[in-house]
Structure formats: structure tokens, C-alpha cells
Design a protein around this ligand. Structure first.
Ligand code: PLP
Ligand code: COI
Length: 351
């Protein structure tokens, strides 16, 4: 007999999943949201049960990488409500990508409607408060045409799927959960290319570097600036942060993704804790003067870095578990899950 897609606990409210022990893996949820752009207008197809896509074989997303995606988390708050975190920022970022890849922008209200509808349709899969898991929301955008030429599509698919997930880096956040990264000899993006938009091709290019780093026992690869390989860029799926003396320093570069988590942490550091912050170039050798390092993102949340190794120079750096990461982590996740006030208006109530 076919395995059921999902089934419920006795209380009929939650999918029968081991929420506290989920990894960052795909679980097929019952519904996904879809809209299509044809003849110059967006048309909502609504909630679909079919998790397969049907595309013309000549589609630009298939041949020329005309594709974008987003990632955000929906969580159950301490007050029992269901919240997304800054979804309008994800809508803005996907549209920045759509402009760069010369395709149709997604109206912000359509994006938000999709996030709400797909969450509500899959409510049993929103992990309970305190489980440490979240519903990962994955909006994506595809250029789809009967096509062969190298040119932008006229038609687009906007789909959102959701899946409950645990921590991206196994173990999550904690004193014994520091991760080590290897400086990559490869680049994930070109100096003035697509690094700042969330285009799938940036990620395909990070598979080999990441797998190589993992085969050496590291949690992942850390990329250097693609022009000179002197300054830190980012991890394959997270931005870099560090403390130098009493200042929280993060990277400013045109070829990294501007992490919504990072800009949130910077604002928390400044406005909640009164710490100094800087966004600037960080030379790899400057790590000598850093007291602490971490990386952050929707999936990675805040992960403290205990070591960075550069095989080329043979240098490596070690960092301690720093209480300031705990403060930032607690405040960020506290805002996301309504454990603390949200002075910034970042929580978006879905239900
Ligand atoms: N950098 C890259 C390359 C990413 O894929 C992500 C994940 O979205 C991030 C940084 C973190 O961005 P955000 O905090 O907006 O999720
Ligand atoms: C996210 O943090 O949402 C990401 O997109 C990272 C990832 C590629 C899983």
C-alpha cells in the first residue's frame, strides 16, 4: 500500500513528524501555491496538490538559468500565532533579481498572498513553538517559453512550496556547536555578476567547493572576493559576521547576497544593545584581529564559527563561543517567535 502523504497525531492538529529532530530536508507537504505570468498579466492558479512542474522543454529557466528563488521561515510564536519574518523584504529581493534577469516582477501583494495561502493550507506542518523547527517557505520564479534563443522569457511561473525543517548546519546553535569552514579556491559569483541576486546558478557553482570542503571535514566553503581573493565574501548559503574589539563587522560587497538576517542582526546590535557596527571589506588576514566569527541566514540562523582554514596559505584561525552571539541569537529568534517585543515591526502575523 502506498505510504500516506502525511497523517495526524491524536489531536488532529499537527502532522505526525518528529519536529524537534528534523534536519534541513524536504518533506512533501500537501499544497503549493502557484501563479503564472502570460500575455503580460499574472494569473493565480492557487493551491495545487501536484508537486511536479510542467514546463515547455525550451524554457529559459532550464537552458539559460533564468530562475530565482527565496527562502524564509514561518514559525509558531509563544503566543500561539503563526508568524513569517520580514516577507516583504524577500518580495523586494526577488524583484531585484527579476529586474536583473530581465523578467516579470511579482507584485508584492501576490507574493504575500502566496506566502499566507500556502502556510494556511499546510498548517499541520508548521512546527509547534519550542520544537526548534520552522516551516521553510521556498518561493521561486521561472522563465518559461517555447524558446531556443538566448533571450528573456515572456512567460513566468511563480510557485511557493513549503517544508518543515530543522537546523541547516546540524546541531544548530549552542556552545558545542561551532562550525569550521575552509577558504575556497573557487568563486561562487563574478565581481560584477549575479552574486547579489538569488539566482539558482550561483548555487550550482557552489556545489563542488562545498563538497570539497565537506570531504576535508569542514562544514562548508567560505568564498573570497572573486577579483583578488583577498577579502572575505560569504559562505555558500550565509553571510559572514565577526567581532573586532567591540564592533560587529560584516561584509560589504557587490557580489554577495544581502542577507535579511544580517541586516536584522546589525539593527539589533545597534538599537537593542547599542553596539558599534560596520559594513565593509574584510581582508582575510584581518581575522588575526577578530575576537569572534559567525555566519547568518534564514536557514543558518546564526551559527558561530570556531575555525577558518586557508589551505593556500596554510593559515588557520580559531574563535571562541562568544556571549555576544548568544545575545544576538536570542533576540533575533525571540522576535521571530514572539518571545520578546518586536520594536522593528518585522514579525508578520499570518494567523
Ligand atoms: N548568502 C547566501 C548566498 C544565501 O543563499 C543566503 C540565504 O538566503 C544568505 C546569504 C542569507 O540571506 P537571508 O538572511 O536573507 O536568508
Ligand atoms: C536560506 O537561508 O533561505 C537559503 O536560501 C539558504 C539555502 C540555499 C538553503
Amino acid at each position: 500500500m502506498a505510504k500516506p502523504l502525511y497523517y495526524f497525531n491524536g489531536d488532529q492538529t499537527k502532522a505526525n513528524l518528529d519536529f524537534p529532530h528534523l534536519g534541513f530536508d524536504y518533506t512533501r507537504c500537501p499544497y503549493r501555491f502557484e501563479a503564472v505570468y502570460e500575455f503580460g498579466v499574472w494569473r493565480v492558479r492557487g493551491l495545487l496538490e501536484d508537486n511536479q512542474l510542467h514546463l515547455p522543454e525550451g524554457s529559459q529557466c532550464v537552458h539559460y538559468g533564468q530562475q530565482l528563488f527565496e527562502g524564509m521561515k514561518v514559525q509558531t510564536g509563544a503566543d500561539g500565532k503563526i508568524y513569517a519574518f520580514r516577507p516583504r523584504d524577500n518580495a523586494r529581493r526577488i524583484n531585484e533579481g527579476a529586474r536583473y534577469l530581465c523578467g516579470a516582477e511579482i507584485p508584492e501583494e501576490l507574493f504575500i498572498r502566496g506566502v499566507e495561502e500556502v502556510t494556511l493550507a499546510n498548517l499541520p506542518f508548521v512546527p509547534p513553538h519550542g520544537s526548534g523547527a520552522a516551516l521553510y517557505v521556498r518561493p521561486f520564479w521561472l522563465g518559461v517559453d517555447d524558446n531556443v534563443g538566448v533571450k528573456p522569457a515572456r512567460n513566468y511561473i511563480f510557485r511557493i512550496y513549503v517544508t518543515p525543517v530543522g537546523p541547516y548546519f546540524p546541531g544548530g546553535f549552542g556552545p558545542d556547536q561551532g562550525k569550521s569552514f575552509m577558504v575556497s579556491k573557487y568563486d561562487r559569483a563574478a565581481p560584477h555578476g549575479t552574486g547579489h541576486v538569488k539566482a539558482g546558478g550561483n548555487y550550482a557553482g557552489s556545489f563542488l567547493p562545498t563538497l570539497e570542503a565537506r570531504s576535508e571535514g569542514f562544514a562548508g566553503a567560505i568564498f573570497m572576493d572573486p577579483a583578488e581573493h583577498k577579502n572575505i565574501e560569504e559562505i555558500g548559503a550565509a553571510n559572514f559576521l565577526g567581532f573586532k574589539n567591540d564592533t560587529l563587522v560584516t561584509v560589504d560587497s557587490p557580489s554577495i547576497l544581502r542577507s535579511i538576517t544580517r541586516v536584522s542582526l546589525l539593527e539589533i546590535a545597534e538599537k537593542v544593545y547599542g553596539w558599534k557596527t560596520e559594513e565593509r571589506l574584510i581582508n582575510l588576514d584581518e581575522l588575526d584581529d577578530f575576537d569572534a566569527a559567525a555566519c547568518c541566514g534564514t536557514a543558518a540562523v546564526l551559527t558561530w564559527i570556531k575555525g577558518i582554514t586557508d589551505p593556500k596559505s596554510g593559515r588557520s584561525w580559531e574563535f571562541p563561543y562568544d556571549e555576544r552571539w548568544v545575545k544576538l541569537y536570542d533576540q533575533l529568534t525571540g522576535i521571530q517567535t514572539a518571545k520578546v517585543d518586536d520594536p522593528f515591526g518585522w514579525r508578520y502575523e499570518i494567523k
